[in-house]
Design a protein around this ligand. Structure first.
Ligand SMILES: [Zn+2]
Length: 259
C-alpha cells in the first residue's frame, strides 16, 4: 500500500459540464460517475494509471454511460445503488454499507439520498463527499423521481456531515446556481463573496469544486430552509405562508425550475 503518496482527487471534464472525479494514489485510480469512457482512457494513458474501481451514484446515462466500455478493458468492481436500473454493477450498495478500495487505502460509507432519482446514493470518506446530482455547489438536483420531502431529508443527512467535508458534485453548475441564490438571498455576505471568487475561477477556466459543506451551509439556499431570508423568499414565490420546512424547500425548488 502506498500510503506515503497523498490521495489526489481531481476532475476529468466530460460532456458540456460534467465532472468525472478521479481519485488516485501513486499509480492506482478509482473514478466516480464515468458518463463517458474516452476522457477517462485519455486521463489514464497520460499518467500511466491502473484502474482499480468504479463508483456510481445513480442511473442517469451521463453518470454510467462509460462504464461498459471501461469494463471491456479493465475488470474492476463497479459500485452503485441498489434499486436503480444499472446493469453493469458488480456491487449494489445502500445506506449502511461500507466499501473499501485497498489499492487507494480509502474507505467510503454509503448514504441513501433519494430525490433526484429513486435510489440515488452518495459516498462519504477520506473527508470527501461524492454526491452526484443530489447536492450541487449553491444548488441541488432536480426532482425527477422523488418528492421535495424526500430530497430535503436526503440533504439533511449530507448537511449533518462535518463542515470541512469537501463536496465533489458531478456538474459545474455553480455560477448559475449562485445567480439564483443571489436573487432570493440578496444580502448574504458569504454568498456575495462566493460569487466574486467563483466568477474569477470560471473566468480562468478553473473548476469551482470542491466546495466545503460549511460554505454550502452558509450560502446554498437548498440547505437553508430554516433561515428567515429563505422562508421569506419561499412565501414570496407561493404568495402564501410556508408553514413547514418541506413547503419552504418545495417552493424554492419550484422557483428555481422556473427561473
Ligand atoms: Zn442525474
Amino acid at each position: 500500500m502506498n500510503t506515503h503518496h497523498p490521495l489526489i482527487i481531481e476532475p476529468i471534464p466530460a460532456f458540456k459540464d460534467n465532472y468525472i472525479w478521479a481519485l488516485r494514489r501513486d499509480t492506482q485510480l478509482a473514478i466516480v460517475d464515468p458518463g463517458d469512457a474516452a476522457p477517462v482512457f485519455a486521463y489514464m494513458q497520460q499518467r500511466e494509471l491502473t484502474l482499480t474501481a468504479i463508483l456510481t451514484t445513480h442511473h442517469h446515462a451521463d453518470h454510467v454511460g462509460g462504464v461498459a466500455q471501461l469494463l471491456a478493458q479493465h475488470s474492476v468492481p463497479v459500485f452503485g445503488p441498489k434499486n436503480e436500473p444499472i446493469q453493469v454493477l458488480t456491487h449494489a450498495v445502500s445506506e449502511g454499507d461500507e466499501l473499501e478500495i485497498p489499492q487507494l487505502d480509502v474507505r467510503f460509507r454509503v448514504i441513501d439520498v433519494p430525490g433526484h432519482t429513486r435510489a440515488h446514493i452518495a459516498y462519504y470518506g477520506a473527508g470527501a463527499l461524492f454526491c452526484g446530482d443530489t447536492l450541487f455547489a449553491c444548488g441541488c438536483g432536480r426532482l425527477f423521481e422523488g418528492t421535495p420531502a424526500q430530497m430535503r431529508t436526503s440533504l439533511t443527512k449530507l448537511r449533518d456531515l462535518p463542515d470541512d467535508t469537501l463536496v465533489y458534485c458531478a456538474h459545474e453548475y455553480t455560477l448559475s446556481n449562485i445567480s439564483f441564490a443571489r436573487m432570493i438571498d440578496p444580502n448574504n455576505a458569504a454568498l456575495i463573496e462566493r460569487e466574486r471568487r467563483d466568477t474569477g475561477l470560471r473566468a480562468a477556466n478553473r473548476p469551482t469544486l470542491p466546495s466545503t459543506l460549511g460554505e454550502e451551509k452558509r450560502t446554498n439556499p437548498f440547505l437553508r430552509w430554516e433561515t428567515p431570508e429563505i422562508i421569506q423568499a419561499a412565501q414570496q414565490h407561493l404568495g402564501a405562508p410556508a408553514g413547514s420546512p418541506d413547503q419552504v424547500f418545495a417552493a424554492i425548488r419550484d422557483w428555481k425550475n422556473r427561473a
